[in-house]
Design a protein around this ligand. Sequence first.
Ligand SMILES: *[C@@H]1O[C@H](CO)[C@@H](O)[C@H](O)[C@H]1NC(C)=O
Ligand SMILES: *[C@@H]1O[C@H](CO)[C@@H](O)[C@H](O)[C@H]1NC(C)=O
Length: 237
Amino acid sequence: MLSFGLLCALCLLTLSSLSNMTYATKTTAVPPFNLSSPAGTDIWRKPPSHNVMTAPTSPSPLPLYELKSFQRARLTFALPPANQLRQYDQAGLLLHFTKPGLEEGKDKWIKTGVEFYYGKPYLSTVGCDAWADWSVVPLTPFASNESRPTATVEARRERDQLGKSLWVYQIISDEQGKEVERRPLREVNWVFADEDGWNVGIGGYVCRPTTEGGEGLLEAEFEEGVLVEVLDYETKA
Ligand SMILES: *[C@@H]1O[C@H](CO)[C@@H](O)[C@H](O)[C@H]1NC(C)=O
Ligand SMILES: *[C@@H]1O[C@H](CO)[C@@H](O)[C@H](O)[C@H]1NC(C)=O
């Protein structure tokens, strides 16, 4: 928790390689924040023509990172108690992929977090290349309808003998905050297929698509801010 309070804490942790050069990485930490959304907001793209990105984000606008330098992003957040949530209420991590001069509607994104669906909180991940693909898995741990659904999610660049991809995980920590488990939620293969010229905007998001139930705001608490790790081109490993 401590280090997250520092604006742009710089730590040289791991090594990564880009073409034949090898660089250290640097980690920036956006301080903790609360973020709220009015009803009627969403991030969703569905044929034949629905394309919406109206969710409030923090930071806003999202800070941009060169996609080639992106290593990982992580955040922790909590929604209000489940018995106060509406269908599709959601919050989490947003990665928005853009490129200067990109044609309208050709941007891409991934959102991963918690979404309330038919009375239960789910870990929810949506990847949007051309259209949005949604997957859900029941949120655990989750105590009861009176408790606040909460999760830590991480999206990170990985490579194996077959190629490169972005993996999304739920991170489980013990009481001391030490990572004890990394649960795989999704592998997304299109993210690094074409990296040239692309940027990724990274931050927390919250939205409340359902307007039935009134104008009430949905507020999420991002109690550890946002952690982003990128290559540090100034520092050779
Ligand atoms: C977010 O809201 C909670 C509860 O309302 C409050 O305790 C906390 O201090 C707020 N955090 C920030 C960073 O404002
Ligand atoms: C939680 O609330 C949902 C919907 O309101 C209900 O279907 C479910 O039975 C409740 N679960 C518990 C454990 O009370």
